[in-house]
Design a protein around this ligand. Structure first.
Ligand code: PRE
Length: 376
């Protein structure tokens, strides 16, 4: 048996050679970058990488090392690309700036749209962001709100995107892809759900509850303790409150904010019925223009990847390699491809940062249908 110290000495010698060769290879990468700077050729050359991997894998002595060689050289070439993106940025070669920098959002004469009715949580979020006296109107669906911006009827829309206990509002993720509307702001509000009934109702009279499906989920523990109640989802909490008032049935209740009791002439039967007492919803503010303000320090993007091993890992490596902090990642199924997904990532950073430019360049080059959804 060989002595471990002797084996380690041999390993050290080989590792030294690997480091030396790696450094030499990376110097060649700088030459490649110079060539690409001068010719405008794209950094990522998938064909060249595939043919290199095939050639190198043929040299492997076993199945095990064949797999390892593929992984090793995939990594080496990924690092080579990242170096090239960095050099391109350092030479001032920037992709065309899609987004126009503006000092602040000017909403003095803006029209703002939210989904639902008077009293909806979206209205509360809108008032916190734009002020209570903002010029606003409401529509029936989130899609209608996106359409209102597209048609020029509204300048901004306020849409819920994620709840701290029920998770993402998937429809709005999909609408961000469907429409050319961009995120310019964010507003987080506490969501305090109350059970609302008619003036002369008592909790014991209730047989049917109406609310938005997200709110029903957020109050699941309370509702489970009333398993005999029938639950119905409607398009919005305020719509539920209005319905209970209009139907005038003592057995009906709505789950909505307590403010809806005043607006629709109902009574609070029970306060704070949500599972999580710190229940909060994050709303996004979208507009039709590709603009960003001085304060913008978070970027939202989406992309698709090939359905192959390691594809997501390689996409995310652009954040790690450039020292960027991801704050959120979500996936949504692609409509025309079963079991394939579009990824949505939020990360911290400013467009002007080199690290951000390098990561965006890599992601745009190496993923499919890459889009910047906004910076805010
Ligand atoms: O040959 C190139 O064009 C390179 O940029 C070099 C290299 C590599 O490191 O081997 C890196 C990126 C390309 O996708 C293909 C190959």
């Amino acid at each position: 048996m060989k002595d471990l110290l002797d084996i380690r000495k041999d390993i050290d010698k080989i590792d030294e050679q690997i480091v030396k060769l790696y450094e030499e290879r990376m110097k060649l990468t700088s030459d490649v970058a110079e060539y690409k700077i001068n010719t405008g050729k794209q950094v990522f050359d998938k064909e060249r990488e595939e043919s290199k991997l095939a050639t190198l894998q043929k040299k492997a002595e076993s199945d095990f090392t064949r797999h390892g060689i593929r992984e090793l050289f995939e990594q080496i070439m990924a690092m080579s690309r990242k170096k090239q993106y960095k050099l391109l940025t350092e030479h001032g070669i920037m992709p065309p700036q899609e987004f126009e920098p503006i000092h602040t959002l000017d909403y003095s004469n803006a029209r703002i749209v939210f989904q639902g009715l008077e009293g909806a949580y979206s209205q509360l979020a809108m008032e916190q962001f734009f002020g209570e006296n903002c010029n606003n109107f409401h529509v029936e669906s989130w899609k209608d709100a996106m359409e209102a911006i597209k048609n020029g009827e509204a300048d901004y829309a306020v849409l819920p995107i994620e709840n701290s206990s029920a998770g993402i509002v998937s429809e709005n993720y999909d609408l961000l892809v469907e429409y050319d509307n961009y995120i310019v702001g964010e507003q987080i509000i506490r969501i305090d759900h109350a059970l609302l009934g008619l003036e002369d109702a008592d909790e014991r009279d209730i047989r049917t509850v109406y609310s938005h499906k997200q709110s029903l989920m957020q109050c699941s523990e309370f509702l489970d303790s009333h398993a005999d109640w029938e639950k119905f989802s409607v398009s919005n909490n305020a719509v539920a409150a209005k319905k209970v008032k209009e139907d005038g049935e003592i057995s009906q209740a709505a789950i909505a904010s307590a403010k809806n009791a005043q607006i629709y002439g109902l009574k609070v039967l029970r306060n704070s019925i949500q599972n999580n007492k710190n229940n909060s919803t994050r709303f996004i503010v979208v507009t039709g223009k590709k603009v960003y303000t001085d304060q913008a320090d978070r970027i939202s993007i989406c992309f698709e990847i090939n359905h192959e091993s390691g594809a997501l890992y390689h996409a995310l490596s652009h954040f790690i390699y450039n020292g960027l902090n991801m704050t959120n990642i979500q996936s949504r199924p692609l409509q025309n491809k079963n079991w394939e997904y579009r990824f949505f990532v939020d990360f911290e950073g400013r467009f002007e940062d080199h690290a951000v430019q390098n990561a965006l360049r890599g992601l745009r080059d190496e993923t499919i249908a890459f889009r910047i959804l906004g910076t805010y």
